[in-house]
Design a protein around this ligand. Structure first.
Ligand code: ZN
Ligand code: ZN
Length: 115
């Protein structure tokens, strides 16, 4: 299961982890995936990617600061390198900025092919 997550190169939902792992472990169920994911989050190998209005995805912990692109068509989530940064420029006076979440929405190259 770790292998599938590492190879994906993007955050996966438990359902996607199940699909990636099913061939390798026939008979694997979603409940087992959830249990394993929870254990991997507890041991800080994985971390949840929280997306508004969508189930959590999971990615390897300890990556550099980055953001995500959520494809509205296939519902896959991709990593976005880098960050626009400098959000303190829009932080109102008197407020202290501690963190931010940025999610990009649109369609991914797979969904983008004009046929
Ligand atoms: Zn897509
Ligand atoms: Zn950022």
């Amino acid at each position: 299961m770790q292998e599938a997550i590492r190879n994906a190169g993007r955050p996966l939902s438990p359902q996607e982890i199940l699909e990636e792992t099913q061939e390798e472990i026939p008979g694997l169920g979603l409940a087992t995936v959830y249990r394993n994911v929870k254990a991997m989050v507890d041991s800080r190998w994985l971390k949840p990617v929280e997306l508004p209005g969508s189930p959590d995805r999971y990615e390897l912990a300890g990556q550099d600061h980055h953001h995500h692109f959520h494809c509205r068509h296939c519902d896959k989530v991709y990593d976005v390198e880098g960050c626009p940064g400098n959000l303190s420029s829009i932080t109102p006076e008197g407020f202290v900025l501690e963190s931010h979440e940025i999610v990009l929405y649109g369609s991914c190259p797979d969904c983008n092919t004009s046929e």
